[in-house]
Design a protein. Structure first.
Length: 187
């Protein structure tokens, strides 16, 4: 990011973070760039961010293999119709989450949670009729599972909001140096 971006960061709340502690990082989700921004800002301040991924992302060249090797859990998000036809699949994502959290409880880890469950788009916002101006309706299942499995381990919950004043950058625009005027995060 430092090679391709001239970013002005406005970041608050990082002063008391400890690298050898456990954190639950809760944040809004707008773009793939969000993950790179957070890794950049929180690198060496807290343990490596671990997050739950859609199963299809294992096929992303290079990154899918890296996420698998780093033991990021892959989730299968089945539709209600699919679960009606295959009831044996009900609860599989919860089991995946529970197993991942058991591992994460052994060494300091930062568990990143996308409370909205997906990236924000205007279409999704309208479809949900979200009461929030810039957020989708939260989904409490993932955070509830993480708190249930590891709640006593977390040093703190980091509530992060990322704002891009000039609009959301795309993943491909980032290495091209486009959309570089985004401002960062507060924790």
């Amino acid at each position: 990011m430092a090679l391709t971006q001239r970013t002005t960061w406005d970041v608050q709340g990082l002063e008391d973070l400890k690298y050898r502690s456990w954190y639950l990082v809760n944040r809004n989700h707008q773009s793939w760039v969000d993950i790179l921004v957070l890794q950049h800002l929180l690198n060496r301040r807290i343990p490596l961010l671990k997050f739950f991924l859609k199963q299809q992302l294992i096929w992303v060249p290079v990154m899918g293999l890296a996420w698998w090797a780093l033991e990021f859990p892959f989730m299968r998000r089945h539709s209600a119709d699919y679960l009606r036809k295959h009831p044996e699949m009900r609860g599989k994502d919860q089991e995946t989450t529970r197993k991942a959290c058991e591992k994460y409880a052994l060494i300091p880890t930062s568990v990143m949670n996308f409370l909205e469950g997906t990236r924000f788009t205007v279409e999704k916002h309208k479809r949900q009729q979200s009461p929030y101006r810039h957020l989708l309706k939260p989904k409490a299942g993932g955070i509830a599972l993480a708190l249930n499995a590891m709640g006593d381990k977390f040093q703190a919950i980091l509530d992060v909001t990322i704002v891009y004043p000039d609009g959301r950058p795309t993943f491909l625009a980032l290495p091209a140096g486009q959309g570089a005027s985004h401002r960062g995060a507060g924790a």
